[in-house]
Design a protein around this ligand. Sequence first.
Ligand code: PLP
Length: 357
Amino acid sequence: MSRFWSAVVHGLTPYVPGEQPKLDNLVKLNTNEHPCGPSPKVLEAIRAATGDGLRLYPDPNADALKAALARHHGVRPEQIFVGNGSDEVLAHAFMALLKHERALWFPDITYSFYPVYCGLYDIQPRIVPLAEDFSIRVEDYLPRGDERAGAIIFPNPNAPTGRLLALAEVERIVAANPEAVVLVDEAYVDFGGDSAIALVDRHPNLLVTRTFSKSRALAGLRVGYAVGDAALIEALERVKNSFNSYPLDRLAIAGAVASVEDEDYFRASCAQVIETRARLVADLQALGFEVLPSAANFIFARHPTRDGAELTAELRRRAIIVRHFKAARIDQFMRITVGTDAQCAILVAALREILAG
Ligand SMILES: *Cc1c(COP(=O)(O)O)cnc(C)c1O
């Protein structure tokens, strides 16, 4: 604390990201990175972009990336916004589209950056509890008389539960709230869901955000984007161009374009994670864990008799890092990233040993 701080800074509660330990040889299953590396074509494109050209500013609009993404998703480039990770895209969306007189509605158990942005931008949240089975109840997001949302945001699949809401259910929420922006954060959708991008042409109030950090194995490159009606995108561009003209550097643009163009690698590496996930779920269930149905590259699991925080600490002693949240309703769970087959085998063996002890 310092007397030089602004009043805003005094009032902030910053987001705490999962640990990035400096040690090697850890089985790191705590921040949902992809266990396979990025496509070799991505690395090649980044290498090709390192040269004298770095003297020059990048394209402030990242037009090459917007064009590649527009082709990939079958939308127009004006329907795409790109940013320095989807966290930055989300931050701009909170200010540009989710801040209104009426509250912003989101689940009680969800991505913990949402309440942080509410604090940063002075947005009134309305916390909507998930159902007992940790699913999103569509009915809770439908307007009732004068009671309706200023805007709505939720991840699909949700984080950290991994639970997926069917696309038709997403559309019910979007269609029932035509006066409110509905932001669907699809950080994990490539691991088992249908994207709401298919709906953006029908619903001018729908914004979908995506990231290269999870399914494209590029968390270190910091690229995210949003897809929606051109008027929503224009709002994001207005905030971005009042904040930082060049959120994506030359290497990020080159790498991201190459990633979008290597569809085969992308599909195969996601399929690998999905396959490993099925084995991991079965192995944990065999050890007595309850595992929520996951459409993501992580699973959310609890043991009927062993404390989640203690299990997390025991794993850590064995150099295996998973995520535990000290929060109401979920403090008995561990969120475990789906790693390689070898990493998952080490995790399962360690849990077997801990439970036997
Ligand atoms: C990881 C994650 C993000 C942020 O992704 P970046 O693009 O790395 O900033 C956004 N939303 C959810 C739900 C996430 O889990």
